[in-house]
Design a protein around this ligand. Structure first.
Ligand SMILES: C[S@@+](CC[C@H](N)C(=O)[O-])C[C@H]1O[C@@H](n2cnc3c(N)ncnc32)[C@H](O)[C@@H]1O
Length: 185
C-alpha cells in the first residue's frame, strides 16, 4: 500500500540562521502592513519574518504565527515571550484549519514556502481558509519552490492564482521559485 504524502518538516536552524539574511531581509514584507493591523504568517517556521511583521504592526496590531510543526510554533511562542511581543499569537496547526482566526480579520497573509511543503490533500482547504480570513482589501504573498520535493507543480500554481486577483507575480523558469501578491477576486 502506498503511503499518503506528508507535510515536509525542517530543522529550525534551516530557516533562522545568520546566513538567512543574504537571501532576503526579514523585514521585506513589512511594506504590506501598517501599525495596528493584523497579519498571519502561515507556515511561519521559527519566525524569521514573524518578528519583523510584529514590529511593523506594533503593540496595537496582531500577528498570527502558524505552523503544523509543534517545534516551530513553540520556538516562536518562547521567543515572543522572551522579547515581550504580546502581539504575536503562535499556533501549532495546519494552515488548512485556521478556526482560531476570525473571518475577514486579516490585512496580510504571508505564506512563504508553505504550499510547496504542505501535503497536496490540504491545499484546497488552505486556500479556502486564506480567502475566509482575508479582509476585503487584504493582500497575500504566496510562494512555492520548484523541484523534486515541491508539492506544487506549475499547473497547480496557475490554478491557485486563478482563484485570486493577482497584483504582482514573477514568471520563474527552471528551478527558480514562484511568488505572487494576490487579493480576493
Ligand atoms: C519552507 S518552510 C518556510 C518557513 C518560513 N515561512 C520562512 O520563510 O522562514 C515551510 C514551513 O511550512 C510548515 N508547514 C508544512 N506543512 C504545513 C501545514 N500543513 N500547515 C502549516 N505549516 C506547514 C513547515 O513546518 C515549515 O516550517
Amino acid at each position: 500500500m502506498q503511503s499518503q504524502p506528508q507535510d515536509h518538516r525542517f530543522p529550525l536552524v534551516a530557516f533562522d540562521n545568520p546566513l538567512r539574511k543574504l537571501f532576503g531581509r526579514a523585514d521585506r514584507f513589512n511594506q504590506y502592513v501598517q501599525p495596528g493591523q493584523t497579519a498571519a504568517d502561515l507556515g511561519c517556521g521559527p519566525g524569521y519574518y514573524t518578528f519583523a511583521l510584529a514590529e511593523a504592526v506594533g503593540a496595537q496590531g496582531k500577528v498570527y504565527a502558524v505552523d503544523a510543526d509543534s517545534a516551530a510554533a513553540s520556538a516562536v511562542e518562547r521567543k515572543a515571550l522572551r522579547l515581550g511581543c504580546a502581539q504575536i499569537e503562535a499556533h501549532c496547526s495546519s494552515a488548512a484549519q485556521l478556526d482560531f482566526i476570525p473571518t475577514a480579520s486579516v490585512n496580510f497573509i504571508l505564506a512563504d514556502g508553505l504550499l510547496c511543503c504542505m501535503a497536496p490533500m490540504g491545499h484546497a482547504a488552505a486556500l479556502s481558509e486564506f480567502k475566509r480570513i482575508m479582509r476585503p482589501q487584504a493582500r497575500a504573498y504566496i510562494s512555492a519552490a520548484r523541484g523534486r520535493i515541491s508539492y506544487v507543480d506549475d499547473t497547480e500554481w496557475e490554478e491557485m492564482l486563478r482563484g485570486f486577483a493577482v497584483e504582482d507575480r514573477n514568471h520563474a523558469r527552471g528551478l527558480q521559485g514562484r511568488w505572487a501578491v494576490v487579493r480576493l477576486a
